[in-house]
Design a protein around this ligand. Structure first.
Ligand SMILES: [Mg+2]
Length: 359
């Protein structure tokens, strides 16, 4: 089989309410890979909030696409290595990593379709029903918005809900988390997300306000670049730390693991250099007794948790408009069933490119 063409574009997709209060849109960098045998792979990277999507698209088109044309798409590992080494002066983090991710996801989609199996079965299946947590709780929500969103996810059967703690006053964050806890009761456990906004002392102060809430985890306490400080927070607070959505390679995750910076790692398949690297990160974590809970894009991350014994939850965040994908997996009883379609199982809806293409 040979790659004959790669069609790329950027889609601008509006978010549903209440997420739109914080992020009115996201962008999707799309790469549709055609082959001489008629199989097409659908690759994409979700650029949350949209910032930088054009740069991802430009790098993918100018530098990575030429490296794949004419190659056998089933040699996924070889092509990943090739893409990783296209520009030795570009670190495979940020823009470059999003671009490699989109193509790696598209190549794996072809591999699954060629094998006529969903990816988690290609990789060795562990489970087909994947538990999730409801995610949102943005800073711009009123307490009412927060509580309503937590109830919405609880109605899907989700037993976990994650909210942001972005207020500069730790006591305000405490009051918001307590309001949610009062509503959802004991059946739903909470996680909180700092999104890199505090330093070590700020986190110690904040976490002390939240200890009584039996939190599953305390997420991304410091700048994602500063692994040593993340480890310091993890040592200093009694709540387990989660991080990794802004880390990109097995090498960064190795540092996180060796420094004991987190109990839960959260690689994002659209950022961490695709499925290929995310699986390696997952297996590395398994060797250290660390759990993996992939960041957003639950619709394709399901396959990762479907093959990793140390896979924990996917992040259920309602980000896609209903006419973007042909179908989206449905959450029932707090779990998603992995689609039994070959490849990753996702496809753009007819007309989605025309409707959402960024011009
Ligand atoms: Mg987060």
């Amino acid at each position: 089989m040979k790659v004959t063409a790669i069609d790329t574009c950027v889609l601008t997709v509006p978010t549903p309410k209440p997420m739109a209060l914080q992020y009115p849109q996201h962008k999707l960098v799309v790469a549709e890979i055609s082959t001489d045998q008629g199989i097409r792979g659908f690759g994409y990277s979700l650029v949350f909030g949209g910032g930088g999507a054009e740069a991802v698209h430009a790098y993918l088109d100018a530098r990575l696409k030429p490296a794949l044309i004419g190659e056998d798409p089933l040699y996924v590992e070889h092509l990943w290595e090739k893409m990783f080494r296209v520009d030795m002066g570009m670190k495979k983090q940020g823009v470059v990593a999003y671009a490699i991710s989109a193509l790696d996801i598209g190549l794996w989609d072809i591999a699954g379709k060629a094998a006529n199996k969903p990816l988690y079965k290609v990789w060795g299946a562990l489970r087909h029903r994947i538990p999730c947590y409801g995610s949102g709780g943005w800073a711009k929500y009123s307490v009412d918005d927060l509580v309503r969103e937590a109830e919405k996810y609880a109605a899907y059967g989700c037993r976990y809900y994650k909210m942001k703690i972005h207020d500069p006053d730790p006591k305000v964050n405490r009051a918001r988390a307590e309001a949610v806890k009062r509503t959802v009761g004991r059946d739903v456990r909470l996680m909180v997300d700092v999104n890199q906004r505090l330093d070590v002392l700020g986190n110690i102060r904040q976490a002390a306000e939240l200890e009584h809430l039996d939190l599953v985890w305390y997420e991304e306490p410091v700048l994602a670049d500063d692994i040593a400080s993340c480890a310091e927070v993890a040592r200093a607070i009694p709540i387990p730390v989660a991080t990794g959505e802004n880390n990109f390679t097995r090498y960064e995750f190795r540092d996180l693991i060796e420094k004991k910076a987190a109990r839960y790692l959260m690689p994002d398949v659209c950022r961490a250099n695709g499925f290929s690297e995310t699986l390696k990160i997952g297996h590395l974590a398994a060797a250290h007794g660390v759990m993996v809970s992939p960041h957003v894009v639950h619709e394709i991350s399901l396959h990762v948790v479907g093959t990793l014994a140390n896979g924990f939850l996917v992040e259920f965040m309602d980000w896609a408009p209903p006419d973007l994908f042909e179908t989206l997996p449905e959450c029932k009883g707090g779990r998603f069933r992995i689609p039994d379609r070959p490849g990753h199982g996702m496809a753009l809806a007819r007309g989605a490119i025309d409707k959402y293409r960024t011009r």
